[in-house]
Design a protein around this ligand. Structure first.
Ligand code: ADP
Length: 194
């Protein structure tokens, strides 16, 4: 089984690419989804987050106020490191467990979506790395459309490696400036090579 890491900048099209890989028969595990599962009510990571960031970060229904926490950690790198220390080891444990199962089945190529693949030093786990990228102007437009303020965009981009560096260390690049069909074709060509 070929194991690929899929990364790229915020809003550059990682989830869309992952969807195309899935449609074309690859197995996909998305670390953003794992992160959301890990902070559901009752999960130990949520209790740790509450201890670290205070009870006000949890709603009266027991749910994590994700937007509030995101604003807090992207404005304060020490806080972000604390959150990452709680989440990253657990996220890695989960996708590694999934990969172990897929390896036993010796199935189709598996794709792990990891926005911070290089930043967290995860390269060595993968046979190949795919970087999803677009221009800085399109990225900004897409993130504004997501409702992020210019300040939030700047903070979140600053919290990641520049995409050029990610591209230069990847085996494949998907350029998402064009139409979704062109994006899907690029994914198909990569999958055929894996
Ligand atoms: P990420 O997972 O990297 O944050 P998403 O796939 O969630 O990115 O979002 C990418 C955004 O860019 C979507 O709103 C999508 O509609 C838009 N977009 C425009 N053109 C493309 C393209 N060719 N491929 C992927 N996304 C595109």
């Amino acid at each position: 089984m070929k194991l690929c890491g899929l990364t790229g900048g915020a809003g550059m099209g990682k989830s869309t690419a992952a969807g195309f890989f899935l449609q074309l028969g690859a197995r996909v595990v998305d670390t953003d989804e794992i992160a959301r599962e890990l902070v559901r009510p009752g999960q130990p990571a949520l209790a740790e987050i509450q201890r670290e960031f205070g009870a006000e970060i949890i709603s009266s229904a027991g749910e994590l106020k994700r937007d509030q926490l995101a604003r807090l950690v992207f404005a304060d790198s020490a806080a972000r490191q604390k959150l990452e220390a709680i989440l990253h080891p657990r996220i890695r444990e989960r996708w590694l467990a999934q990969i172990k199962i897929w390896r036993q089945e010796n199935c189709a190529p598996a794709i792990v979506v990891i926005p911070l693949l290089f930043e967290t030093g995860a390269e060595s786990h993968f046979d190949k790395i795919i970087c999803v990228a677009c221009s800085a102007a399109s990225q900004r437009e897409r993130l504004l459309a997501r409702g992020w303020t210019p300040e939030e965009i700047q903070q979140r981009i600053a919290a990641q490696w520049p995409v050029e560096q990610k591209i230069s260390r990847s085996d494949f690049m998907v350029w998402t400036e064009g139409a979704p069909e062109i994006h899907a074709q690029q994914v198909g060509r990569i999958l055929a090579k894996l």
